[in-house]
Design a protein around this ligand. Structure first.
Ligand SMILES: Nc1nc2c(ncn2[C@@H]2O[C@H](COP(=O)(O)OP(=O)(O)OP(=O)(O)O)[C@@H](O)[C@H]2O)c(=O)[nH]1
Ligand SMILES: [Zn+2]
Length: 404
C-alpha cells in the first residue's frame, strides 16, 4: 500500500509482506492533467457546425509550457498524450529541469496512453527513469481522454503493478468562457456510462472531468466578467464540492505545489469540510453530497466497509425502499471516520475502488495538536456522483450504522 506513514512505529505495521524502510523504492508522484479540448481539432467526426472560436482548448498546452519553462528546481517528466488519431507507438515525453527540456520518446504500444499504460506505460516510465535518473514528478497530459476515472485506478491501487509510481491527483482545466455551454451541450455526451432516462440531463465529458478532479483550474478568466465567473465557480462547486479551485489567466497557477504537484489527493481528506457549503442542484447531472456521521465506534468501520462494498461493488443501496428509474453512479468519495478513542480513519474512493486506512498522524507537530484535531473533527462522508438526489444515501448509511 502506498499510504504508509514513515513515522509509524514498526510494531504497528502489519506483519507479513512489509519491506524494510531502506529497501523501499521511493515512489514518484504522477498528476493527471485533463481538460476540455478543441472539439473541431479533436472530434472532427462529430461534425461540429458551431464554429465560434469558443471551443478552443482550455489551456493544457499553455499550462505545460509554463511548467516546462518555469524555474522550479524539480525534475519533472511531462507526458503529452496527443489525441489517438494516429497509430503512433511512441509518445512524446518531455523531461524538464530548471527550465531546460529534453524530449524523449516512450513506447506505449497502441496509440492511446490510457489503453496501453497498464501494460507498457508504467514500464516505459520506469525504464526511462533508469536511464535518465529518477523524476521528482510526472505530469500526464491527457488530451482526448474523456474519462479520467478509467485511468486513476491504474496509478492509485498500484501495489499489484509493483509500480514505483503513485497517483498524486487529477487536475482539470476548464475554459471559463465555455464551460457552462460545454456542460449543457448534448454533443459532449460521454459514451459507455450507465444511461439514465432517455430524456434526463446528459452527462458530458466536462462533467466527468470535473467530477473526478482534485484540483480545478478555471482558466481564461480574462474572457468573462465577475458575475459570469461566479456562476462558473458555483456550478463547478455544485458538481464537485471537494476539489480545490484556482482561477487563472494563461494557465499561470499561483504555485506548482498543491496546485499541480504535491497534491496528496488520495492520502488525505483536507478538503472534506469545504464540501458542506454546497450549492446543491445547480447541476442536474452530477452533484456532491455530504453525510455527517458524528463520532463512531470501533465496530462501525466494518459497517462502513460493508456499505461501500454493497454500493460500489454490487450497486445495492442497503435499506433502500424506493423504486428508481435511474442508476446510482459514484465517481469519487472521501471520508473521515473519527472514532471515540481518538483514532481517525480515512476513506478514499474512485469509481468502484475504495480503501479505508489510518489517517497519517502529525507527530512533528506534537501530541497536543494531534489530540485537538481528532477531537474537533467528526466523521463525514462526501460523495460525488450521478443521480445522487434520487437515492437516500444518508438514510442508508445511517441505518447501516444503526443510527436510525
Ligand atoms: N484569452 C485567453 N486565451 C488563452 C488563455 N490561456 C490560453 N489561451 C489560448 O487558448 C488557446 C488554447 O490553449 P491551449 O493551451 O492550446 O489549450 P489546450 O487545452 O492544450 O487545447 P487542445 O490542444 O485543443 O486540447 C490558445 O490559443 C491559447 O493561447 C487565457 O487565459 N486567456
Ligand atoms: Zn484509451
Amino acid at each position: 500500500m502506498s499510504f504508509e506513514d514513515d513515522d509509524m512505529p514498526p510494531d504497528l505495521v502489519e506483519a507479513g509482506n512489509e519491506v524494510p524502510e531502506e529497501e523501499k523504492p521511493v515512489k514518484v508522484p504522477i498528476s493527471i492533467v485533463t481538460g476540455t479540448s478543441n472539439l473541431e481539432k479533436h472530434q472532427a467526426s462529430w461534425q461540429i457546425t458551431d464554429s465560434t472560436p469558443g471551443y478552443l482548448g482550455a489551456g493544457k498546452t499553455t499550462l505545460l509550457n509554463y511548467i516546462l519553462t518555469a524555474e522550479h528546481g524539480k525534475k519533472i517528466a511531462v507526458i503529452m498524450n496527443e489525441f489517438g488519431d494516429s497509430l503512433d507507438i511512441e509518445k512524446s515525453l518531455t523531461i524538464n529541469k530548471d527550465g531546460e527540456s529534453v524530449e524523449e520518446w516512450m513506447e506505449v504500444g497502441n496509440g492511446c496512453i490510457c489503453c496501453s499504460v497498464k501494460d507498457t506505460g508504467v514500464n516505459a516510465i520506469e525504464s526511462l527513469m533508469e536511464k535518465k535518473g529518477k523524476f521528482d514528478y510526472i505530469l500526464l497530459e491527457t488530451t482526448g481522454l474523456a474519462d479520467p476515472g478509467n485511468l486513476a485506478p491504474l496509478f492509485w491501487m498500484d501495489d499489484g503493478l509493483g509500480s514505483t509510481i503513485y497517483l498524486d491527483g487529477i487536475v482539470t482545466l476548464v475554459d471559463a468562457k465555455n464551460i457552462l455551454r460545454s456542460l449543457d451541450d448534448p454533443a459532449g455526451k460521454v459514451e459507455g456510462h450507465e444511461e439514465g432516462d432517455e430524456h434526463g440531463p446528459v452527462m458530458t465529458t466536462a462533467h466527468v472531468q470535473i467530477s473526478h478532479a482534485d484540483v480545478i483550474v478555471i482558466n481564461k478568466a480574462d474572457l468573462v466578467d465577475e458575475q459570469e465567473l461566479r456562476r462558473v465557480r458555483e456550478r463547478i462547486e455544485s458538481i464537485n464540492g471537494l476539489a480545490k479551485i484556482h482561477v487563472t489567466n494563461q494557465s499561470v497557477v499561483p504555485q506548482l505545489e498543491g496546485v499541480l504537484l504535491d497534491l496528496h489527493a488520495y492520502d488525505n481528506v483536507e478538503e472534506l469540510d469545504q464540501a458542506s457549503k454546497g450549492h446543491s442542484h445547480l447541476d442536474a447531472t452530477i452533484s456532491t453530497t455530504s453525510i455527517p456521521l458524528g463520532i463512531l465506534e470501533d465496530g462501525d468501520i466494518a459497517k462502513v466497509d460493508e456499505w461501500l462494498r454493497s454500493v460500489l461493488w454490487d450497486n445495492q443501496l442497503p435499506h433502500d425502499q424506493g423504486s428508481h428509474s435511474s442508476t446510482l453512479e459514484i465517481h469519487r468519495l472521501k471520508g473521515r471516520l473519527a472514532l471515540a478513542n481518538g483514532d481517525i480513519k480515512i476513506v478514499q474512493g474512485v469509481r468502484e475502488l475504495f480503501e479505508i486506512f489510518d489517517a497519517p498522524t502529525q507527530r512533528e507537530e506534537g501530541q497536543e495538536q494531534e489530540k485537538e484535531t481528532s477531537e474537533s473533527k467528526a466523521s463525514k462522508m462526501v460523495i460525488i456522483g450521478r443521480h445522487l438526489e434520487d437515492f437516500d444515501l444518508k438514510g442508508s448509511l445511517l441505518q447501516t450504522l444503526n443510527r436510525r
